[in-house]
Design a protein around this ligand. Structure first.
Ligand code: PHE
Length: 449
């Protein structure tokens, strides 16, 4: 069965694909802006702890379910259920994750469309098309529809090619490109005045902020979003991993790459803000807080690039290309979740399934764009504040409480024959049974207040 449903051809291929899913706008935009608005290095510290202690175990739960099931999220969760009555629950969690992934893609495509438009703008400037350049970065409905649609189209083109020729091939190309651009930009920003002050602010924690409930809520939400949890994406990627691979180290590699890139993106963005300040750009709001979110990405940084003269065109191009690439390697995983389900459940061919679901998601993005004020923030909150933590939690419950322990161990031992005597098996089952569900619930309840 696995041959007909596709499999990653190598360890490297899987790591690039899963890290590609994890590394996205959440790392390069979300993490630095959250850091800026949550007390700098204190947030970084909380994030590191939560990512390794809660998000990594939860990621392992999803990967192992997928590899055991060798199928989409719904079928895989059904396979680990012990009783028939648990099947509706498996459906709810698996299908809920698939819907969550689709909804995330519908707002993600809008933001990624902005990133692509800002990548194209310097090119338009360079060829002297001034009018086109200002239209491209103006907030018009047509521009938004066009670029979000273009982004979904790119995602569809990759996913329609399948696991090895689409997801794996493109992740292996795009991820190294992303790293190259990221480091080149950091080298450039570090050579500018003001960067060292930004670096100090990024790396020196204000410990008084660390136990603020709001900081922990934001850090956990960020970690779940960043590792693509609670969306069934990692279940489906897990199902494409060969049985001869060691899941424990694969999951750890993906977590390390994800956290590392978020951290490194902070080394780019926060110092860049202080370089912008040196150039006379305002980087603090009236309350004295660092500007963040869209103001940071679409005003502060473009103002910095403008102040660099013609070099700014190249730097701006590289920066937004970086964002667009990061978004694309994530969006392909979001589309794969519903596509794999449709292919396996309804026996549809991959190509028509991909185009149909792509069109559906495009339609949802259009509805969001037409009702932007009411829907954009709502869909983000619905999926990232409620959907992901709750579904991620339910996956832990499935693995910790429903799945037979011996069958779980057998799966982990595939590709890792000494697993039973290793540290992972001593800690993780308890972790997934008690620590993760309790901690995620506590943070979730706190987020409602
Ligand atoms: N992890 C991606 C990011 O950080 C977002 C994502 C969420 C991808 C959910 C897949 C599923 O941008």
């Amino acid at each position: 069965m696995s041959a007909s449903r596709g499999e990653f051809s190598s360890r490297f291929g899987f790591i690039m694909a899963a890290a590609g899913s994890a590394v996205g706008l959440g790392n390069i935009w979300g993490f630095p802006t959250q850091t800026a608005s949550n007390g700098g290095a204190a947030f970084v510290l909380a994030y590191l702890v939560l990512a390794f202690c809660l998000a990594y175990p939860a990621l392992m739960a999803e990967l192992v379910v997928g590899r055991y099931g060798q199928a989409n999220a719904v079928s895989s969760l059904k396979k680990i259920s012990k009783h028939k009555w648990q099947h509706p629950l498996a459906f709810l969690v698996g299908f809920g994750g698939i819907i969550c992934a689709g909804l995330i893609l519908s707002f993600y495509a809008i933001v990624a469309g902005w990133m692509i438009s800002y990548t194209v703008e310097p090119v338009a400037q360079l060829v002297g098309a001034q009018e086109a350049a200002s239209w491209i970065t103006g907030q018009s409905l047509t521009r938004n529809l066009l670029f979000a649609g273009g982004f979904i189209l790119l995602t569809v083109l990759i996913i329609s090619k399948g696991v090895e020729n689409g997801i794996e091939k493109w992740s292996k190309r795009l991820m190294p490109a992303l790293l190259g651009i990221l480091f080149a930009l950091i080298a450039y920003v570090f050579s500018q005045d003001g960067a060292s002050e930004g670096l100090r602010n990024y790396l020196l924690p204000d410990f008084s902020a660390i136990f603020e409930p709001s900081l922990l809520v934001s850090a956990l939400g960020q970690a779940f979003f960043s590792l693509s949890l609670g969306t069934s994406v990692m279940i489906i990627y897990g199902s494409y991993i060969s049985k001869s691979e060691n899941l424990v180290t694969l999951g750890a590699s993906v977590t390390l790459i994800d956290v590392f890139i978020a951290f490194v993106a902070g080394l780019l963005i926060i110092p860049a803000m202080y370089v912008a300040q040196e150039q006379g750009v305002q980087i603090f709001d009236e309350a004295g807080k660092l500007l963040s979110e869209d103001t940071l990405v679409f005003q502060v940084l473009p103002a910095l690039f403008d102040s660099m003269g013609s070099a700014g065109l190249y730097v701006g191009f590289a920066f937004f290309a970086l964002m667009s690439i990061a978004a694309l390697t994530s969006s392909i995983s979001m589309l794969e979740a519903p596509v794999s389900y449709t292919v396996e459940k309804f026996g549809m061919d991959r190509k028509p399934a991909t185009w149909t679901i792509g069109a559906l998601i495009g339609a949802v993005s259009t509805v969001i764009l037409l009702n932007f004020e009411q829907l954009f923030g709502f869909v983000i909150a619905l999926t990232t504040r409620f959907g992901q933590p709750l579904l991620g939690l339910m996956c832990c419950v499935f693995v910790g409480w429903i799945w037979h322990r011996s069958s779980l161990l057998k799966e982990i031992e595939q590709g890792n024959p000494d697993a039973a005597s290793g540290w992972f098996w001593k800690i993780w089952p308890w972790y997934i049974k008690f620590v993760c569900p309790i901690a995620i619930s506590l943070v979730f309840i706190n987020s409602l207040r």
